[in-house]
Design a protein around this ligand. Sequence first.
Ligand code: PGA
Length: 252
Amino acid sequence: MTRRPFLAGNWKMYKTGTEAKKYLGEFKALVGTLSDRDVALGVPAAAIREAADAAGGSGILIGAQNIHFEKEGAFTGEISADMVKDAGASFVILGHSERRQFFGDTDSWVSKKLRAALGASLIPVVCVGESLAQREAGKTNELVESQLKGSLEGLAPDEAGTLVIAYEPVWAIGTGKTATTDQAQEVHLFIRKKLLELLGEKAAAETRILYGGSVKPDNAKALLAQPDIDGALVGGAALKPDSFAAIVKYDG
Ligand code: PGA
C-alpha cells in the first residue's frame, strides 16, 4: 500500500498575514507543483485567509493549529472549525504537545475537536507523543496507546478516511534531538497496529502517520524512507521557505 506523503509545516505563533504572503510567494517558486504529495502549512489563525489566498492555485494546503469543539457560543478568544474553514483552512492540527502542555488540551477535548473538524470537512492531524521521562521509564507505547484511544474515542471506522496522525516525541520538539529512524519507525508501526485494533484494516492501511520533532533537510530523507513514516510535521525548519522546500523535496 502506498500512502501519499503528507509534508506539513507548523508555524506555531510565528508570522503575520503579511509575512505569510511573502513566504508563500518564495515557497511556491521553490517547490513548483508536486502532484505526488500533499504539502501543507499550519499557520496562525489570523494569517489563514491571507495564506490561503497566497497559496491559491498551487495545491498547498493551509491549515489551523487548533479549534474549539463547539460550533459557536460564548467562548471568548476561541475559534470554531467552521470559522477556520471559511477563512480558507483545509486541515487542522489537534492535540499538539504544546496545546496539551500549556493550554490544557486533554484527550477528551481532542476527541471532541476531532468530531468538530470532521463536521467541517477539515483534515484532522492528531498529535501524540511521549515525554523524555515517559520514554526513559519505558512507557512510550503505553502513553501513545492511551493518547490514541482517548483522542480517537467515538470515531467510527468509516469516518477515518481523512485522518492523519502525527507522532511527535515531546523530547525531540524544538530541541535538535531527533528520534533515530529506528526509534521512530518502531513507534509508527506500533501506532499502525493500534489503528488496526481501533479502526480496522482499511484505516490502518490508509492512515498517514507523520513524524515530528526536529525534522530538518538533512534528516528528512532517512526518516521518510521508513515503511511506516508517511510524512513529517515540521516546526522550526518550516519557518524559512528554503529549508521547508528542501524537506518537501526530500527525495529529489
Ligand atoms: P520542531 O517542531 O520541528 O521545531 O521540532 C515540530 C512540532 O512542534 O510540530
